[in-house]
Unconditional design. Structure first.
Length: 421
């Protein structure tokens, strides 16, 4: 009997689908179509963006701390633009981004910035305003000096994206930690990175790339919730429409027996735990998180690629760069770690083929400098201006990397035609 009823239900469902497939199928395929449509128009829009690669030549004496570079990144944030529905779904517009790069090879260590051409004056003005002795020139793209496809029979490579070890709300160790009132004791977090890049020899290349894209303030909510949790403050939970409907129906059913109970009555914000009861470490974490979310944020990709002749390839320089990134790590806050899907080391089976494809992918990603606009639920590390300035700034006088390229003579002043921001 039960089987007959079940079969009857299936027949009814089949008849309904057979009669209405022409209306149901488009609804099922609509999300797929929208994904492909968005991918196509975005790719078309990105290919039309005009880029300029700037080489930044630094003088022998820079006495400013990374705070100056933090102000530069604050100016870069002005690229942020809230997109309207038509801009996104018809024009394919995306949020602009910029790339800041450091390269090391036998010819020396060099600094680059790759930016949309329309923002060139703005970013040059921001850099000159903080570093008036610097020289900025348009440069040929150094990645074009190598074949478009690597690895090959001549060159091999190792690559990786660095990601945050903990949630975005936790900051890495930033430049104020390295500073000291006494100049003789002042440290530059870039010194270790410069030393690692300076060890490259003939035919070796070490490339460090930082892609930054401004984001709105929605990322701060995670930090605010973390602070509330750390200090014991009760917060009101956001409910969906379905949750509200469920609460209403539950109260309706129980109405003859008990008075209605609404979540708002139970989840009112309560006072925080006495901050004096927090340990010094807990207070440091709260202060660090609040400091991070108080500043402008960028979705960021930190990428490292090391290239050498295949017959002489060694990972010694890889280890030195990874060691240099360790200085930004603290046990109670945050730090960098390898992003396993991008690291050029695959697990069996088919290990060799996987490793080759990863090398191709990381090399192509570095050359094209694209953000992953086409992936859903793609959560990228978010770094604020202070964290970015810690990783990428122009080394102070205290950095003595032997192959660091300096200007031969001191500039007089920035070009007169630059606009003032």
């Amino acid at each position: 009997m039960a089987i007959e009823v079940f079969n009857g239900i299936l027949q009814i469902i089949f008849r309904i689908l057979a009669a209405s497939w022409w209306a149901i199928l488009p609804l099922i395929l609509l999300p797929v179509f929208l994904d492909f449509w968005l991918m196509a128009i975005r790719f078309k829009y990105i290919l039309k963006i005009k880029w300029v690669l700037l080489e930044i030549k630094i003088p022998r004496e820079i006495l400013k701390t990374p705070k100056a570079m933090e102000l530069v990144f604050a100016a870069v944030y002005s690229m942020h633009d809230s997109k309207k529905f038509v801009d996104i779904w018809w024009k394919g517009e995306v949020q602009f981004w910029a790339t800041f790069e450091m390269t090391g090879h036998a010819g020396g260590i060099r600094f680059y910035a790759r930016i949309p051409a329309q923002f060139r004056n703005m970013i040059e003005s921001a850099i000159y305003s903080q570093y008036p002795d610097i020289e900025i020139v348009e440069a040929e793209d150094y990645v074009d000096l190598l074949p478009a496809v690597l690895p090959n029979n001549i060159y091999d490579l190792w690559g990786n994206n660095f990601i945050l070890a903990k949630p975005n709300a936790y900051p890495i160790q930033t430049y104020p930690f390295f500073e000291d009132i006494t100049k003789e004791k002042r440290l530059d977090p870039l010194a270790v990175i410069m030393e690692a890049l300076s060890k490259t020899k003939e035919d070796e290349m070490s490339w460090l790339q930082l892609l930054v894209r401004p984001v709105d303030n929605s990322w701060k909510k995670e930090g605010e919730e973390l602070v509330s949790k750390l200090i014991g403050r009760k917060t009101k939970k956001e409910r969906t429409v379905l949750e509200d409907l469920g609460v209403f129906l539950g109260n309706l059913i129980k109405a003859p027996f008990t008075p209605p109970v609404w979540p708002d009555d139970e989840q009112k914000e309560g006072p925080a735990t006495n901050l004096g009861s927090l340990t010094p470490g807990e207070r440091d974490v709260v202060a660090a998180v609040e400091n991070k979310i108080s500043k402008l944020g960028f979705e960021s990709i930190l990428r490292f690629v090391y290239i050498d002749k295949a017959d002489a390839f060694t990972k010694s320089n890889v280890s030195s760069v990874f060691g240099a990134m360790r200085q930004f790590t603290t046990q109670h806050l945050n730090g960098f770690k390898f992003h396993s899907p991008t690291t050029t080391k695959a697990d069996p089976p088919f290990k060799a083929r996987k490793n080759y494809l990863r090398k191709r992918r990381i090399y192509d990603s570095y050359r094209w400098r694209f953000f992953p606009f086409f992936l859903k639920n793609n959560k990228l590390p978010i770094l604020n201006t202070e964290e970015l300035a810690t990783i990428y700034h122009f080394p102070t006088t205290f950095v003595e990397a032997p192959t660091l390229k300096h200007l031969d003579s001191k500039r007089g002043e920035p070009p007169a035609e630059l606009p003032i921001i």
